[in-house]
Design a protein. Structure first.
Length: 184
């Protein structure tokens, strides 16, 4: 029970960090947009990319806690001889299946679930804020604007590609599940 409590506490702690991080990055981005200098506007796309990657980092920890909690619940249910602890099963039904390939929090197999919509909402918002910053910044940059766009495009593409690969192939989640089955 202590292991299960610890995993649930970890899960909720990283949910909290996720939402605090979103708020912090949103304040920073709005501050940069309001400051209206070329440096502050140039920071916005980098902050947007970092906010997305940071959010995925927290989701990674939440998924870790969910996978471990599912294992612990299964062992406790086995010891009890009945399905008393069903938190993991309910989370799979209500949020997203923890074993489903996803891109961050967007699950392509269930795009209309609220968790996928919530992720899509924030992605669109962040991209709109980055586009606004670029729209205001590029006239200030002159010839350097093209190089900056290429740099931002490469950096965002690299981050997106890695996150899609990592969350899509589930290698670490599968390794963890297999290990827990082996030791359990």
């Amino acid at each position: 029970m202590d292991q299960l409590r610890r995993m649930r506490e970890m899960q909720y702690a990283y949910h909290k960090k996720f939402f605090h991080g979103l708020c912090l990055f949103l304040v920073l981005v709005i501050g940069c947009l309001l400051w209206d200098s070329s440096v502050s506007l140039a920071l916005v796309p980098l902050l947007v990319i970092t906010a997305g990657t940071q959010s995925c980092f927290y989701l990674h920890f939440v998924d870790f806690a969910r996978i471990h909690a599912r294992f612990v619940e299964g062992r406790l249910n086995q010891a009890l001889g009945k399905s008393t602890l069903v938190g993991s099963e309910i989370e799979d039904l209500y949020f997203y299946p923890v074993d489903a390939p996803k891109i961050g929090g967007f699950v392509p197999s269930t795009p209309l679930r609220f968790f996928s919509f919530f992720t899509f909402h924030w992605v669109v918002l962040w991209l709109a804020l980055a586009a606004l910053a670029l729209w205001r910044l590029l006239p200030m940059m002159g010839a350097c604007g093209t190089q900056y766009l290429i740099l931002i495009g490469l950096w965002s593409g690299l981050n997106f590609a890695y996150l899609a690969w990592f969350f899509g192939n589930l290698k670490d989640a599968k390794s963890m599940s297999e290990y827990l089955k082996k030791v359990g």
